[in-house]
Ligand binder design. Structure first.
Ligand SMILES: *Cc1c(COP(=O)(O)O)cnc(C)c1O
Ligand SMILES: [Zn+2]
Length: 471
């Protein structure tokens, strides 16, 4: 793709091809979706030696005093010294990143942790209700830097909701969102429509939508906002900064995150690598990436077939063979956790780097385990959407395996808000109804052990009183 404009030249930041045998670099204000020479993913890199890096992470706390300054109010841009690619006057912020790390006792008990050792990071508290806003503010700021006026993404739902809210709030971009047909959760579709984005509902799934948006973005001069966009991952690093901040800058033992396109896990790994390199932390936490069993490309490749980062030279042939076989078998991802229903995770290679840096593990959990965990998260806190609950289900599995110890300090990332997918939530809690039975059976949900079923009662004073007393 060609350069849209060269409005700003920030020389301390640049883009670099992830492929070590190529390793070409490109200016930060160039609009690329892949390395033009070899097609690999791009990374944003910095000449840290030429940048004013804080002496300690504690220095970021003083920024709270500046909360009437939009960049310091933002939970992303408060940390802009650690993602210094955009000049302040090009940054587009809508107050993202006001999220909470909660010590979750009841959920911790469910997972099997010692008292006080499980923490939940509620990224559903972002303006569009998912962690995607952390990345979208960075991508949109970069779009603004390069002079783009329209933007697009393919999405299982939350990326489109996020891009759409940045378009409606900033009134700076015309936005196109590409969604697949069928499995998009209603909360998410309703956002894209409500925020006024042009919504293209493709007759295909997410991977089809992703392939198409990549094809048309270049010719139509539309800025692409999927997590293939390396600037988005820069914004998502700040989720880890906020986790550390909430833990008084102490590094936890484990970060547990659901894996879809693997943007988040990649960003987390990069965040910790950089903090370590800058001497701002003394150790890196372990990373657990949790796939849905019905959408388990990373699990198969990493855990079963031994694919590794291999010092920047992962076995590309193994990956190609895997995808060829997947297509030959007609295998398509299928899970109720639609936000992580992905066949070809675009950030696979970066996630391998993160797993390498963080001594990581990958696990898969069934939709049954996901929905049970989700009900526990709802009953024990703010709740989340199905994909997010994979993190807690995964922590529980790792705890049962003894990989996580009860005394470890564990942070599960809850990626999306409880209201995103009411259909699945209501089905779980009303298993007797016709429509619930159908949805649960189709997805092999055989028990609803934590269902909180509504109590049907006649419109009669005595009967209501009796019912309430009996509860
Ligand atoms: C996008 C999304 C994910 C998957 O994140 P990746 O960075 O693509 O791995 C998980 N949960 C929710 C709620 C999401 O919106
Ligand atoms: Zn390259």
């Amino acid at each position: 793709m060609k350069k849209i404009s060269t409005a700003v030249q920030t020389t301390v930041a640049y883009q670099k091809c992830l492929n070590l045998d190529c390793a070409e670099t490109f200016p930060v204000d160039e609009t690329l979706t892949a390395c033009p020479s070899c097609g690999s993913l791009l990374d944003v890199q910095y000449d840290w030696d030429r940048l004013p890096v804080p002496g300690s992470l504690k220095e970021f706390e003083s920024r709270w005093a500046n909360r009437n300054q939009p960049l310091d109010f933002s939970g992303v841009w408060r940390f802009r010294q650690l993602l210094p690619f955009a000049p302040d006057d090009k940054i587009v912020t809508i107050g993202e990143g006001q999220t909470i790390l909660q010590q979750a006792h009841a959920v911790g008990k469910y997972v099997g942790m010692g008292a006080g050792n499980l923490h939940l990071q509620y990224e559903g508290l972002n303006p569009s209700g998912s962690f995607k806003d952390n990345g979208m503010t960075a991508a949109i700021s970069h779009a603004n830097m390069v002079g783009a006026t329209s933007a697009a993404c393919a999405s299982t739902g939350n990326t489109s909701a996020s891009l759409a809210i940045y378009a409606s709030s900033s009134q700076m971009f015309k936005v196109f969102v590409f969604v697949g047909s069928g499995k998009i959760a209603y909360g998410k579709l309703s956002q894209a429509l409500d925020y006024g984005s042009k919504t293209l509902q493709l007759l295909g799934d997410f991977d089809d939508a992703m392939a198409r948006v990549k094809e048309v973005a270049g010719p139509a001069k539309i800025y692409l906002c999927n997590s293939i966009n390396p600037f988005r991952l820069e914004g998502q690093k700040t989720i880890m900064y906020r986790v550390l901040e909430a833990l008084r800058w102490e590094v936890p033992d484990w970060i547990v995150v659901p894996g879809g396109n693997l943007g988040n896990s990649s960003a987390f790994g990069k965040a910790f690598l950089e903090l370590k390199q800058l001497g701002l932390i003394d150790r890196i936490p372990r990373l657990a990436i949790i796939n849905a069993a019905g959408s388990n490309t990373l699990y198969r490749l990493f855990q079963e077939q031994g694919l590794r980062w291999n010092n920047g030279r992962p076995d590309q042939e193994l990956i190609e063979r895997f995808y060829t076989q997947m297509d030959a078998d007609g295998r398509r991802a299928a899970t109720l956790a639609t936000a992580i229903q992905i066949n070809r995770p675009v950030n696979l290679i970066k996630a391998l780097r993160a797993l390498d840096a963080c001594d990581g593990v990958v696990r898969q959990v069934t939709d049954q385990e996901i929905l049970d965990a989700k009900a526990q998260i709802g009953a024990g806190g703010f709740g989340c959407e199905p994909a997010s609950a994979a993190s807690v289900a995964g922590a529980r599995l790792l705890r049962a395996e003894g990989v996580i110890a009860p005394s470890d300090r564990v942070v599960c990332i809850l990626t999306g808000h409880q209201l995103k997918d009411p259909t699945v939530t209501v089905a779980y809690h009303t298993p007797q109804s016709e429509s619930s039975r159908k949805l649960l059976a189709e997805n092999e949900i055989t028990t609803t052990a934590y269902a909180n079923e509504p109590i049907v009662v006649e419109n009669d004073y005595d009967k209501i009183l009796k019912a309430v007393r009996g509860l």
